[in-house]
Design a protein around this ligand. Structure first.
Ligand SMILES: C[S@@+](CC[C@H](N)C(=O)[O-])C[C@H]1O[C@@H](n2cnc3c(N)ncnc32)[C@H](O)[C@@H]1O
Length: 256
């Protein structure tokens, strides 16, 4: 069992986010940069789908993909009153297909789990099949503008809700420098109204560095780079900033 099997605890651990602001930023990127009208939106690694209710209020119809059944069941239950119903699909982001095309795709909180160049190409091939030309792909915190180790080294985050307190500690180390693989050990201590639980989860992830990402996109005939920003603010493009947290990158499906 990992913290992803306990979506309520996961949500509390990440409750520091300003979800309405993030949803408004997504909407402003769509309005400003999409070449196609956007109704159907698609989230990769959706987890509990924290942005779905805000985005549905703006008129978007949502599809989320995740490989964790508990997360999906929780997202379905929590969002059961949204009309039209959001759609949740169990699948692997490395290779997937959707019954219907979507107009916009996004991935939040660095949830791009692609551990080799082959997996990256397979993911973008899958996305290319479901996103028509002119559609955007929005990536939150998926590109490493700083040393991944800076996010670790015992970084502790505390959050509380409804008598449940969740303390997360992240420890990160490089495990294979040539393939840019790092290991993130996420230790979570929960106090659920007096009941204490502990989760320890090890994730392996491959760092994607900015110049590598630009080259990757440039080498694909089906995508082009649009821009990158920080602090959920289109007036703050990332250029020479020394510190960048939660970088957002935007790419567009081209005509092929
Ligand atoms: C950090 S959570 C982010 C959830 C959500 N996007 C958010 O903003 O809170 C990462 C999610 O990615 C999912 N995930 C991990 N590997 C995956 C894969 N290969 N395919 C699909 N989903 C995956 C996990 O189950 C988890 O729900």
């Amino acid at each position: 069992m990992t913290i992803y099997d306990y979506p309520e605890y996961y949500e509390i651990a990440f409750s520091f986010r300003d979800i309405p602001r993030e949803a408004r930023f997504v909407d402003s990127c769509i309005k400003r940069f999409s070449d196609i009208p956007v109704t159907r939106i698609f989230e990769v690694g959706c987890g509990p789908a924290p942005h779905v209710s805000e985005l549905a209020r703006m008129g978007y119809q949502y599809t989320g993909l995740d490989n964790n059944r508990n997360m999906l069941d929780y997202a379905i239950y929590k969002n059961r009153d949204i009309n039209p119903s959001p759609e949740f699909i169990e699948g692997d982001m490395v290779k997937f297909d959707l019954a219907r095309k979507v107009d916009f795709a996004f991935v939040m909180l660095g949830s791009l789990y692609l551990n080799s160049l082959e997996e990256m190409n397979s993911h973008f091939d899958s996305l290319s099949r479901v996103l028509p030309s002119g559609g955007l792909y929005f990536l939150d915190w998926c590109i490493q503008f700083s040393d991944p180790l800076d996010h670790g080294a015992g970084n502790v985050v505390d959050s509380d809700r409804d008598g449940i307190s969740v303390e997360s500690r992240f420890d990160i180390k490089i495990v294979d420098p040539t393939s840019q693989m790092y290991e993130e050990i996420w230790t979570v201590n929960v106090n659920d109204n007096g009941r204490r639980r502990k989760f320890k989860m090890t994730e392996y992830n491959r760092a994607i560095f900015p110049q590598e990402f630009l080259l990757f996109v440039e080498n694909r005939p089906d995508f082009e780079f649009v821009g990158w920003w920080k602090e959920w603010d289109l007036s703050k493009p990332i250029e020479t900033a020394s510190e960048v947290t939660r970088p957002i990158a935007l790419i567009k499906r081209t005509r092929t």
